[in-house]
Design a protein around this ligand. Sequence first.
Ligand code: ADP
Ligand code: ASP
Ligand code: MG
Length: 436
Amino acid sequence: MKIKVAKFGGTSMADAQAITRSADIVKADPARRYVVVSAPGKRFSQDIKVTDLLYECYHKLEMDGNFDSSFEKIRERFMVIADELRPDLDMEACLDEVREGMYKYGSIEYFASRGEYLSGRIMAAHLGFAFVDASEVIVFTAGGEFDAASTRAKLKKKLSGVKYAVIPGFYGADESGLIHTFSRGGSDITGALIAEAINAELYENWTDVNGFLTADPRIVEHPAGIKELSYRELRELAYMGANVLHPESIFPVRAGGIPINIRNTFEPDNKGTMIVPEITDSRKGTITGVAGKKGYSIIYIEKSMMNSEIGFARKVLSVLEYYNIGFEHMPSGIDTLSIVVADSEIAGRESVLLDKIQKTVNPDHVDIKNGISLIATVGHGMSFKPGTAAKLCTALATAGVNIRMIDQGSSEMNIIVGVATEDYEKAVRAIYKEFE
Ligand code: ADP
Ligand code: ASP
Ligand code: MG
C-alpha cells in the first residue's frame, strides 16, 4: 500500500479545534499512516507559541533558578486541549514528568523539544495511533550534529513494525539519550526524513496557507498561489526567507524523489502546492515567486586594477575563513568587490575584520554597509525571457528604491537584489506588482 507522511504545523495544532481538524484530515485517507506534529503555535496574532514559552522557561531557570510562572502558561494550554479532546489521557502526569525532566536534564534543547513531545502524545491518543518518540528514531551525535545514516536505519526498522504512528517533530537524541533539536521550524525536516526513510508516495505538509504563495502574505496582500514548484525553486525561495517550509527539509525528499504537497488545514479542499523534481505545468508568468530576508551587511572593497591582481578574491575570502565567517553573495566589478554577509556572522567583529582585510589586500577603500535586506526573485521562466533584470530594476527605480547590490546566478533562475532595510517591504511589493 502507498504511504503518505502528513506533517501538521503549529497553527494546525494550536488548540482542540485545530487538532480536531488535523485529525479529521488524517482519518479521511488511510494512506496517511505517519503523522508528524509541531508544538501548538499561535491561536491569534498576539498569542505566544508553546516553543517560545519553553525557551522562556529555560531563560527563567537560568536567571532565577525557577520557571514556575512560565510553566503554568504551558500547563494551562495543554490542559485545555486535553480536557476537550482526551480527558482519559493523564495530561497532568505527562506535564509533571516534563517539568521534572526540565530540572533534571536542564539543557535548552530538552526544554524546547517538549512542546512537540506533548502535542505528539495528545495527537496519538486522539487518533488511536501508536506514539513513536522522536528520541528513538531521529539520531544526533553527542556533539549535536544530525546523523542521517543512523536516522534512516532506525526509522526503517521501527516503522516497519508500526502501521499507524504519530511522531513528534523538531527533535531527536544522541546515543546517551540527550535531546537535540533542529533549528526553528525543524518539524518540517522530521517529516521529510520519515518520508525518505519509508519511501513514501507523498510528503504532505499541512499549514495555515493555501500552499506556497508567490510572495509573503504578510507583505503583499493576497498573493497568488503556486500550483507547482520545482525542488530548486523551493530551495531558493525557502532559503531566502519564504519560511513556509524549512529550507533543509528539501534534501531528504529530493534524494528520494518524493513530492511534497503543501496544504491548508483550514481549507482542506484546496489542492495547495506540489513540489516536484521538474515542473510540468506550462506557466504563464516569468517568475515563480519572490522572497526576502532582513539582517545583512555588505563588505565593500575598492581597488584599482583589482581584476588583474590574481588571487585577490581568494585573499579576501581567506580573511573571512580565518574568522569563520560565511558569506551569501560576492558580486564584483572591475575595481570593486562586494561581499554580502549576515549581520549575525560579523557582529562585534567589524573593526578587526576591516583591519585584517586592509592588511591582507591593501585596498584603496574598504567599509561595511549595514542595514541591508536581500530579495530573491526566482523562476525557471526567467531563463527564457530576456530583459527580466531590466524590468526588475525599472520597477524598483519607479518605486524609489535604490539597489545596493545585484547578483544573478548563472543558472538564470534567480536574481538577488540588496536594498536598504527601510525599503524592504516597498521593494517586495514593487517586484510582485511588476511580474504579477
Ligand atoms: P507551520 O507552523 O504550519 O509550520 P509556518 O508559520 O512555519 O507554519 O509557515 C507558514 C507561514 O509562512 C504562513 O502563515 C505565512 O505567513 C508565511 N509565509 C512566508 N512566505 C510565504 C510564502 N511565500 N507563501 C506562503 N506562506 C508564506
Ligand atoms: N515548534 C518548533 C518551532 O516553533 C518547530 C516547528 O514548529 O517546526 O520552531
Ligand atoms: Mg513551519
